[in-house]
Write a protein that binds this ligand. Structure first.
Ligand code: SF4
Length: 205
């Protein structure tokens, strides 16, 4: 939920989601259409489908030892679930943690994961790190440096992503004619987010 959306906007949606589907089994029992509807506005709709498929996998087979066997779970997410949910000795390296590791050139144990997440998000910022308040400053070889802005994703307004999101929102309300935006329909269909039948686009049943 957090990949595309700010924390303050995610919190109420996250609480709502967990109230509706508090367990893996309850999410697994939901329909894909309900899951896609509940995700609307959070971006990267494929994540909702993958989360749902992962819940169905776990409900049917239990948690795999290798968490990357779950749909949509790559090495980073597997490490984060492994550390935070199961206490496994593995350090999840997201973009913030990677930045701290590169700048400090230090090694950190898996127990430091949460602290590194927070440090990267609030102190060791991408362009203007706040070295003056950093607890690692004394030994950090990058202390006091600033950085060029990183390349940003193109604007959402007017993009194909926006067309896809708009169409999926319409389909979430009611089935729509497939010729409304054939390109966006094809992309959503490829991702398994919609069902196309007899010239109508609807959410997967
Ligand atoms: S001293 Fe500065 S560059 Fe080094 S880890 Fe702290 S905030 Fe980042």
């Amino acid at each position: 939920m957090l990949q595309q959306t700010q924390v303050s906007r995610v919190i109420p949606r996250y609480i709502e989601w967990l109230a509706r589907w508090p367990t893996v089994a309850s999410l697994a029992a939901a329909s894909p259409a309900d899951v896609i509807r509940a995700w609307q506005g959070l971006g990267y709709n494929r994540r909702a489908l993958n989360l749902h498929r992962a819940a169905r996998f776990v409900a049917a087979h239990g948690w795999p030892d290798d968490l990357t066997e779950l749909p949509g779970v790559g090495p980073y997410t597997a490490a984060a679930i492994g550390n935070f949910a199961f206490g496994r000795p593995v350090l999840p390296v997201d973009v913030n943690v990677r930045r701290v590791l590169e700048r400090t050139r230090a090694g950190f144990s898996p127990e430091a994961a949460q602290a590194l997440f927070d440090l990267g998000a609030t102190v060791c910022l991408a362009r203007m790190p706040r070295c003056g308040v950093c607890p690692l400053a004394a030994d950090c070889p990058s202390r006091g440096r600033t950085y060029e802005p990183e390349r940003k994703q193109g604007p959402f307004e007017g993009s194909f992503r926006q067309r896809r999101a708009r169409l999926l929102r319409l389909v979430a309300d009611s089935p729509q004619p497939a010729d409304l935006d054939p390109e966006a329909v094809a992309a959503l269909h490829r991702d398994g987010l919609v069902h196309v039948d007899s010239g109508l686009v609807s959410l997967p049943r």
